[in-house]
Design a protein around this ligand. Structure first.
Ligand code: BGC
Length: 825
């Protein structure tokens, strides 16, 4: 940290200090003009800028944002397995931020895909921590190279939307270290992120991440050496004083004084030390200085964003993020192919981004239909189903089936409605809307040449997979989605992406089935390290499409898997190389995956294999090249809870060069020597983990794994409520029940207007009633004050009715008056 930051912090008054550690409005920090510190602005990412114009309704952060290019979301960018693509994405967004005078972009989002149901998976990279970390590091380095900071989020173990603001993630230490922390750890250690965003949920010891000292100081700063700013997720602050003590620097958004009195009191009582506040201020000043220096580093004015050029880049990126899941030889289509039917509303109105805070105002969305027409391709179109349709529509379906019958090829554009890939709501199942599944099956029955093109942010079931000839997974490919689909369908380029997650056959197969999304108080990560392919491999489950799978228009031969040594110690690195030859006649890129299998010695439970390296290589037809990776000790180690450290068990390991997690091409052994003999990692047997049968881990076994008693899954009801109470909790009181009745009445109307997903996800209503009342107050831009919140809580606790109702009425009147004055003035 700059010395200057500490010196300036020492010159702040208490009032200035308290101002500096909270947001100004929704997207800015407070300026301290007296000391020459400007306000800096931030905006949501991660795959485009959601910069809001100032003023108007933007106090709530809901106003319209500037027009900007929407790039593919993280599900797709991770499937590119392409570090340089992530770096370029970061650089481009960094440049756009500079043009828009933004100092921070709120991304990358790096939470691990624990369940395919998580509504925000489209925004996250992978089920695999190594791949996720590589993507995050490169994105961060690219973006920050332009003098704009990232906010890597959501720290940590925030893997679902259900009760995301209150739930405690109960995760054992090994799963934390091996699965949920590495993306953050690697980014902190290798890319020096300017900020880290702490998550909403509760974690170690049931303490909110925003005030979890073990998370924010012991691990993040002391162990990993982070010296940037910790920002709260928007509305994640519960106890502000405890947060500052624990290492949370900036509270976002502006809570309009909600916590100020408590902060002053905590300082007066010594509950909060002034040193901790000073440190937070110094880090804030350091951040502001960093941003100022970056803008002053170059005298040249920053050119405005070139949306046309970025749109073209988005098209090239989208091509590299779409995964060809199946191809019986029907693809690529010839451009002169006649009788091509485009069916499905997604052909004209593609899904290209998810719902929630990452939603950008796209510059120009190109559909496949529009692109095909523009490029003079002979196609006919029938809607069949609309993007938001749920029920099968006889009239639309009939027209589509008739078109399919008289065509030579049917390309069906299907996918999830936006409400099923959205922040704030998890899906309840893996199915596409029934109208889509039914129509695909019916068309497959009358037309032998069917290609399905999907637009969705996370895995779906495909009961018709065996009946169609090709499947192209587009994910949410950004605004150039349709152009990239046409590029790939007609063979202008070969697909090259591979899945960064497993597509399961059934929801019941997923590793956390039965333990997702948990009770009212906790969610138990009983599957431990067996997330994604680690589980499917261990439990020997068939899957629809495995992690790392993706086809191309050519085929590749792997030869000569070589290691730089046959014996190694934890201090050595191991160079791995393999020769890949494009054995077909189509120029294309191949993603080579290197997995490590640990010794099968029964000493401690391990995954059968884990991804520890990868490389992507473009090869012209007939060309061959060597693909390399360097493996360090982390590639062999597991986290030993007894040693509280990473440990490389001695023994025989295997290194695999693979085209997917289930397509191992070559394997070679390597021996690890380690003089450090570790004691047994656990002192009791853990048979469920040894076998990988983690769907029904007994309490005693999970407790032994955790090393502490399992906290109650549900909150006691009734209990004494505080500011963290949700409207759901409040139903323990008559007033809360009345409130819920009103909400129950109002929400179907609101949901209808907002286009909710007809009961297929946890609903908008759930998201609201599961929100702590302090967050509602924080987002109310000062309308719901601390006094009103206290009064509300008293009523929920069935205390001081008269006084509390008077406070609420008075407060409500004042707020309305303030609002009217604001509007008139
Ligand atoms: C989301 C963050 C986002 C923030 C600001 C929160 O609700 O969880 O990812 O950056 O809002 O919009």
């Amino acid at each position: 940290m700059r010395e200057q930051a500490k010196t300036l912090a020492a010159r702040l008054t208490i009032e200035e200090k308290i101002m500096l550690v909270k947001g100004m409005g929704t997207w800015n920090t407070f300026p301290i003009e007296r000391l020459g510190l400007p306000s800096i602005m931030m905006a949501d990412g991660p795959h485009g800028l959601r910069k809001q114009d100032q003023g108007g309704d933007n106090a709530l952060g809901l106003g319209k944002s500037i027009k900007t290019v929407c790039f593919p979301t993280a599900s797709g960018t991770a499937a590119s397995f392409d570090r340089s693509l992530l770096r370029q994405l970061g650089e481009t967004l960094g440049q756009e931020c500079r043009a828009a005078e933004l100092s921070l972009l709120l991304g990358p989002a790096v939470n691990i895909k624990r369940s395919p149901l998580c509504g925000r998976n489209f925004e996250y990279f992978s089920e695999d921590p190594y791949l996720s970390a590589e993507m995050a590091v490169n994105y961060t380095q690219g973006l920050q190279s332009k003098g704009v900071g990232v906010s890597i989020k959501h720290f940590a173990a925030n893997n679902q939307e259900k009760r995301r603001m209150t739930s405690q993630s109960v995760v054992d230490e090994r799963a934390m270290r091996e699965i949920y922390l590495p993306s953050f750890e690697q980014t902190v250690k290798r890319a020096d992120p300017w900020t880290v965003m702490c998550a909403y949920n509760r974690l170690f010891d049931g303490i909110y991440c925003s005030e979890n000292k073990r998370l924010l100081t012991d691990i993040l700063r002391d162990e990993w050496g982070f010296d940037g700013v910790v920002v709260s997720d928007w509305g994640a602050v519960s106890n502000r004083a405890a947060g500052i003590e624990a290492g949370l620097d900036l509270e976002m958004p502006d809570s309009y004084g909600l916590h100020d009195d408590k902060l002053y009191n905590a300082l007066a009582s010594g509950e909060l030390s002034e040193e901790a506040l000073d440190e937070a201020c110094a880090r804030m000043i350091d951040l502001v200085l960093r941003a100022v220096e970056a803008t002053q580093a170059n005298d040249e004015p920053v050119p405005p964003a070139d949306n046309e050029a970025d749109h073209a880049l988005a098209r090239a990126m989208a091509r590299d993020t779409m995964v060809l899941l199946k191809n019986d030889g029907i693809l690529p289509l010839k451009r002169e192919q006649s009788g091509v039917a485009y069916i499905g509303g997604f052909a004209r109105l593609p899904r290209y981004q998810g719902g929630g805070s990452s939603h950008v105002n796209a510059y120009h969305v190109a559909s496949a239909y529009e692109t095909a027409i523009k490029e003079g391709l002979a196609i006919e179109y029938a809607e069949g189903f609309a993007v938001t349709d749920y029920n099968y529509d006889l009239v639309k379906a009939h027209a589509a089936i008739e078109l399919a019958k008289r065509s030579e090829v049917a390309v069906i554009f299907a996918g999830l409605p936006e409400a099923m890939d959205a922040e704030g709501a998890d899906r309840k199942h893996l199915d596409l809307p029934p109208c889509q599944n039914e129509l695909i099956a019916q068309i497959a029955a009358v037309q032998p040449n069917v290609i399905v093109v999907l637009c969705n942010g996370a895995p779906v079931r495909m009961p018709w997979a065996g009946e169609v000839q090709a499947i192209l997974e587009s994910y949410l490919a950004g605004e150039s989605v349709g152009e990239a689909q046409v590029d790939l369908l007609y063979g202008a380029y070969s697909p090259s992406a591979k899945l960064a997650e497993t597509f399961p056959l059934y929801l019941q197969d997923t590793p956390c089935y039965g333990n997702f999304p948990g009770g009212t108080a906790t969610v138990e990560y009983r599957e431990s390290i067996f997330v994604g392919y680690r589980y499917y491999d261990k439990a020997e489950k068939n899957v629809l499409f495995p992690f790392g799978h993706g086809l191309s228009y050519t085929n590749f031969e792997y030869t000569n898997l070589r290691l730089s040594r046959k014996n190694l110690t934890p201090d050595d690195t191991l160079e791995v190389s393999v020769t890949v030859r494009n054995a077909g006649d189509f120029d294309a890129a191949e993603i080579v995956q290197f997995y490590v299998s640990p010794p099968n010695d029964g000493a401690v439970f391990r995954e059968p294999k884990a991804l520890k390296g990868f490389g992507k290589v473009f090869l012209k037809a007939g060309e061959k090249r060597c693909v390399k990776a360097v493996l360090d000790s982390r590639a062999f180690a597991y986290f030993h809870v007894g040693l509280n450290d990473w440990y490389c068990a001695p023994g025989d390991y295997e290194i695999h060069a693979a085209a997917s997690s289930r397509d191992i091409r070559l394997s070679v052994p390597v021996k690890m020597h380690n003089d450090l003999e570790a004691p047994p990692a656990y002192d009791i047997a853990l048979p469920s983990y040894d076998s990988g049968l983690v769907h029904s881990v007994p309490d005693a076994e999970f407790e032994a794994l955790l090393g502490y008693p399992i906290p109650p899954a549900n909150f006691a009801s009734p209990r004494r409520l505080g500011w963290d109470a949700t409207l759901e909790d409040a139903t323990q009181s008559p007033f809360g029940r009345l409130l819920m009745k009103i909400i129950d009445f109002a929400f179907p109307i609101i949901s209808g207007i907002a286009g909710d997903a007809i009961g297929e996800t946890s609903s908008l209503k759930d998201a609201v009633v599961e929100m702590p009342v302090r967050t509602i107050a924080q987002w109310s831009a000062g309308m719901l004050t601390g006094d009103m919140l206290d009064a509300l809580i008293s009523i929920f606790n069935e205390e001081e009715y008269c006084k509390s109702i008077c406070t609420l009425l008075r407060g409500g009147y004042n707020s309305v008056k303030k609002m009217m004055n604001g509007k008139n003035g």
